[in-house]
Design a binder for this molecule. Sequence first.
Ligand code: CA
Length: 702
Amino acid sequence: MSGVSKLLLASAMLLGLAACWGEADRNGNAWMRETAHYYPASDITPANVDELGTAWEFTDFVVRGSTHRGVQATPVVVDGVMYVSGPWSVVYALDAKTGKQIWQYDPDVDGQHARRTCCDVVNRGVAVDDGVVYVATLDGYLVGIDAKTGRENWKTDTITDRTRSYAITGAPRVAGGNVVIGNGGAEMGVRGYASAFDKKTGKLAWRFFIVPGDPEAGPDEHPEVTEARATWDAKSRWDLGGGGTAWDSIVYDPDTNTVYIGTGNGSPHPIWLRSPAGGDNLYLSSILALDADSGRKKWHYQTTPSDSWDYTATQNMILADIEFDGKPRKVIMQAPKNGFFYVIDRVSGELLSAEKYTTVTWADRVDLKTGRPVITAQSNFSDGPKLIWPSQAGGHNWPPMAYNAEEGLVYIPVLEAPMTFEMHDKQDYRPFSIIQGVGGSFPALADPNDPALVKLVQGQPEPKFEQVLKAWNPKTGKIEWTSKVMPFWSGGVMTTSSGLVVQGSSDGHLTFYDAKSGAVLHRINIGTGIMAAPMAYEVDGTQYIAVAAGFGGAFNSFFMEGWAAKTRENNARLLVFKLGGEKVRLAGPRPTRPLTAAPVKFRGNAAQVERGATLYVQNCARCHAGPEESGSYPNLWKMTPETHEAFNDIVLGGAFAYAGMASFSDVLSPTDARDIHAFLAKPLESKTPDNQKPAAERKSLH
Ligand code: CA
């Protein structure tokens, strides 16, 4: 891998790897079943799963420009209608039997807002309740849509400060009379909070600030902020927001009228840069249990006190009633990024179990008496780089895990990889830019003979870069089975009452496992990378399995070997399967374009090229891949002559803002843009035909 590629990969990895899905709050215990991604699909069984074929496929997703974005939502089906969201927060209502579109709601998200997201313009789903579909948009609005007509009932601005990089990719959740939503942006200098709005009117019911604000800016908004403030240095970097964003998991328990919110990492990441005197820094990386009507806190559990590793606790949370140590317990379960699987009494907040579901080196164990992790010396990278497990991608990220009560097992999509953590101590606030205070890379992708890396790996578990599915017993804290290795970053999981576990993967397969044994029963190759969790439903006596496909999110700047998106087109698809369905369509080959010559007039000198390289990494590399790689976004070494001509109009003038290529005129000058262009044009010189070279150079060739 080239130096630029490594830099680009590192920058992609450092992002918040954002997140959730949404579902209807239905009658009976469906609400609990759905947090578990457990479906009563009883007709589709281990014995006949190989008879699944296509019932229908929907491909008419809104695409802006030429960039195909990630699809992360799990559909919701209510009364024969499927509601699903796609890139740019567009919602589609489809006939669940035929796939025919009934309506489409496009919130017309401001394309400039793509710059305010760490990880693509994805959306992880809608909520459906009492004839209303709720979606939260990338640019921070919450919308109530009439489920029948697709017309907007109301639209509310959820953002408290529009000068900061707040964005929403998560699904809202209906909780009693309110609908609750958080936001993302902890990698870019924001203060996290969650808000509840009256589900009929969209009027603000309550707002819970997850971390304290700058004390100079005004009094604490509610008592919990004051309580949290005691766990922060009074001289914290309030200008960098504090973080703690609730970007994915929100669940609701109607029995106790409690809404549970998973919160994210600090801003910047290392605590010694954020809150120099230390402290737990509540409520970063925590599970918050709030009263759904008032927003007042009932209890909290912080999974990673003093977080310095981007160990968000925003991963999906499952509500279940299980017998624990001989006593029936109402529990909430989570496998956050930090590598421990937590079982917590969801009424009292008592920690029942916390065991490692992957390799963990930042902590030895969790003390069940105090509820606190026992942190290792290896976790501290304040005095130099360290190799730490798990990576910033976490042991588990947003692709949902699933729980099958009959089997008593949780199925976790586990990422097994360490990362090198290296502090970057100069952190100035820069609008709409990544401000993490840390860099690093995956050793498994680096040169194994690099002496610096050899030193970091010494004495540590052998680095890996793998994805597996693990069946976890929450009562014993033990792994029952582990799947074969898949390419890194696979999809979410669902499980059925008939004993199936279903998961998609980045290599374009949908795999069906036996829930008890882990045996692979069937694989369907669709040729499109899958991140979203599948779901199941029934219409007129026929059972279906649906899954959205299309790779993207935190990894869409850079497609790796083994990923379907590397070699095949990556268009968004919604696939629905039934027994006896038709042959499944394989995605076509990825269109390729050769390196093209840059018009000569853009050539720069060596100093400009070097300066351009630095600016490129700071501003462009979050999205655009290196010269040899191909991600979702246009390869800038393959620009057409017209694009070269229009370079400044695009970079500074915002000519492609609608498609997500925002204007950078607030942080880049025309000289900066010229130097970035010089960096991009440099490798193309050898492609330039002689007759296009400057006269002086032509002469010297003859
Ligand atoms: Ca993060």
